[in-house]
Design a protein around this ligand. Structure first.
Ligand SMILES: Cc1ncc(COP(=O)(O)O)c(C=O)c1O
Length: 363
């Protein structure tokens, strides 16, 4: 493979000594779950985002589920979200017993269209769940309605901004993932929730430890979902580099855009947004051919996502969603592809990707 999709070995190699140092400290402390290291990470991550609280949990999926539970979403409630996302977004809604209601996307940013969200509102709408897809903030401020909470799915957009505000501080509560390929990643699964609300933070703290109010006294049905102390220690080491890494992603994105904008639809960064390019996603009607061509040349391209959520079997079966309901999402699913982008990419690799795309179009 000339250009892999990510290079985690290279990213983590430079921290090996620090990682091992953290492991040694942890072994000596004997504190493996929650603990001081997690508290330190939560404080530093909250400062980074500019929010009052962050809480470490087991994964990005858990962060969504626990946030929905903290917002008291339950059977009979509706949650409006995008059909063009990773399955975990809608899975979380179904896991708490609520119904995912979809609104179509903007064909240029691939994020939820606020007008479509407004049209989807009903008396049962409890939460609006925008996803900051590929690393770009959605227009959250246009999705605020009285009595309806906003939960951001920020799994792909750590460090992104909308105006002066960071993703994770735009809604009432936000979910992050530290899955190994994310812009800020653990050495395993991990996630976090951010919020300015003391009440939500308290609820989430309880939910992640079996709704325990004091030792062996439980006030509800919760989860076992915590961020390990070791992962928190690793994340503390990497958090210091996140801004530099996101800048590097933006540089690569700019190179791609300048070189490819005459051939394909390149990503559109909304005015005032700071896109962190978790993915660099282009669109073309010749998508399948281009994917095949690039793979043959050793360029790891991916399609995020080939099947929109309303057409996934569990949603068709349970809720009767069908083809044609969200045409922009369906069209995007047929036309998008993501080129490799990660801070450890060498210049020759970026150039090779550009040359490969250009040669496909005979240019
Ligand atoms: C948009 C989105 N939401 C949620 C998740 C779930 O995160 P995790 O894999 O950490 O559970 C992911 C990533 O995997 C994601 O991309």
């Amino acid at each position: 493979m000339k250009v892999p999709p990510v290079n985690l070995i290279k990213q983590n190699a430079r921290f090996k000594r620090e990682f091992l140092g953290s492991l040694e400290e942890l072994i000596e402390s004997g504190q493996f779950v929650l603990g001081e290291e997690l508290k330190r990470f939560e404080k530093e991550f909250a400062t980074f985002l500019g929010v009052k609280h962050t809480l470490g949990v087991g994964s990005g999926t858990d962060a969504l589920v626990l946030s929905l539970r903290a917002l008291d979403v339950k059977r009979g409630d509706e949650v409006i979200t995008t059909p063009f996302t990773f399955y975990a977004t809608v899975e979380a809604i179904m896991l708490v017993g609520a119904k995912p209601i979809f609104a179509d996307i903007d064909p240029e940013t691939f994020n939820l269209l606020p007008e479509a969200v407004e049209e989807a509102l009903t008396s049962k709408t409890k939460v609006i769940l925008p996803v900051h897809l590929y690393g770009q903030a959605a227009k959250v401020e246009e999705m605020r309605f009285d009595g309806i909470a906003v939960l951001e799915d920020a799994a792909q957009a750590v460090g992104a901004r909308r105006g002066e505000r960071t993703v994770g501080s735009l809604g009432d509560v936000a979910a992050f993932s530290f899955y190994p390929t994310k812009n800020l990643s653990a050495l395993g699964d991990g996630g976090a929730i951010s919020t300015d609300s003391d009440i939500l933070a308290e609820r989430i703290k309880r939910l992640r430890i079996h709704c325990q109010s004091e030792k062996y006294v439980h006030e509800g049905i919760g989860y076992n979902s915590r961020l390990d102390s070791l992962q928190a220690a690793f994340l503390r080491i990497k958090l210091k580099y996140l801004k530099i890494w996101n800048e590097k992603r933006r540089e690569i994105a700019q190179t791609y855009t300048e070189a490819l904008r005459d051939l394909v639809q390149t990503p559109k960064e909304l005015e005032g947004n700071y896109h962190v390019f978790h993915q660099y996603t282009i669109r073309t009607e010749r998508r399948d051919e281009l994917v095949e061509y690039l793979r043959q040349r050793g360029v790891a391209v991916s399609v995020f996502y080939p099947v929109p959520m309303h057409l996934q079997r569990p949603l068709r079966d349970r809720f009767g969603y069908r083809k044609g309901q969200f045409p922009e999402a369906e069209r995007a699913a047929k036309e998008v592809l993501s080129l490799p982008i990660y801070p450890e990419m060498d210049n020759w690799q970026v150039e090779y990707v550009v040359e490969s795309v250009r040669s496909f179009f005979g240019r």
